[in-house]
Design a binder for this molecule. Structure first.
Ligand SMILES: [Zn+2]
Length: 279
């Protein structure tokens, strides 16, 4: 599932390819492509010009010149944006398509989604953020991200630290992969209770979160299950740098003990039982 580094890679690609383009025609091909919370059909964006592409956590939005309308997107498990030539046949997983025009050049901005957990939504901006995602907390890449406040909130959580890290109302952008990686870097067991961690340990963890996601962004993201690509259809290569995620029974690069996988909600947690002590 795309997390902050992958969504940011997509945002950068969209920024480069569709900023300034006019939407000639928006077409929806799958009922689930449009979120039930959408305030209008995709066609309401016809004739809008895309002026910017922004992101918070794992949510992206295209800002339109017809303010306050925006197109919000969540990639879900396998959502992808692709820039395609107008002659290109529609991909079987294409759920929506925007014919866009930039100067004289026309192309398609397509939304592909194999597993259909992703969605698009027409929404309105309110104080610079789409109304429907105003409850989503700032992510660590946001210049207004308040580390001290997040540490305080984490300390007040009577829940396992990994669960707290994934709480998008506390800090957004972190999903299963980077939570496991950051916890390994900070030597913290995923099942340790958040309230039992010291301020220093939590600060180390937040630094690890930022660092691992920055490194992943540099690598173009993690294409672990081949469902993530950028707007040019290219995959990232950070999966080669993963220390624990998807590496069950491999040796920990720090201590040589075997990486363990345990059940976590309907997914898994990966960690080193030797250097990430539960205590
Ligand atoms: Zn280890």
């Amino acid at each position: 599932m795309p997390e902050l580094p992958e969504v940011e890679s997509v945002r950068l690609g969209l920024q480069a390819h569709v900023r300034g383009a006019k939407i000639v025609r928006a077409l929806q091909f799958h009922p689930r492509a449009l979120s039930s919370e959408s305030i209008a059909p995709l066609a309401s964006l016809d004739d809008c010009k895309i002026t910017n592409v922004q992101r918070r956590g794992k949510f992206l939005w295209l800002v339109m010149d017809k303010k306050p309308l925006v197109l919000v997107a969540h990639l879900g498990m396998s959502g992808q944006f692709r820039i395609e030539d107008v002659g290109q046949a529609r991909h079987p997983h294409c759920r929506a398509r925007f014919r866009i025009k930039q100067g004289r050049r026309e192309s398609f901005l397509s939304f592909h989604d194999q597993r259909t957990f992703g969605w698009l939504r027409v929404d309105e901006l309110s104080k610079g953020i789409p109304s429907s995602i105003s409850h989503i907390a700032l992510d660590p890449f946001d210049e207004k991200f308040d580390r001290k406040m997040v540490i305080k909130k984490l300390q007040a959580k009577r829940t396992e630290i990994k669960r707290a890290l994934l709480d998008q109302n506390l800090m957004s952008g972190v999903g299963n992969i980077y939570a496991d990686e950051a916890l390994w870097r900070a030597r913290i067991h995923p099942r340790k209770m958040a309230e039992k961690l010291s301020e220093k340990e939590l600060a180390t963890l937040l630094t690890a979160v930022s660092r691992v996601m920055k490194s992943a962004l540099k690598a173009g993201g993690t294409s672990f299950d081949d469902l993530y690509t950028n707007v040019n259809g290219e995959t990232g290569y950070f999966e080669n740098s993963l220390e624990v995620y998807g590496r069950e029974d491999d040796e920990c690069s720090r201590c040589g003990h075997l990486i363990k996988r345990i059940k976590f909600t309907n997914r898994s947690s990966h960690f080193c039982p030797h250097c990430q002590l539960r205590r």
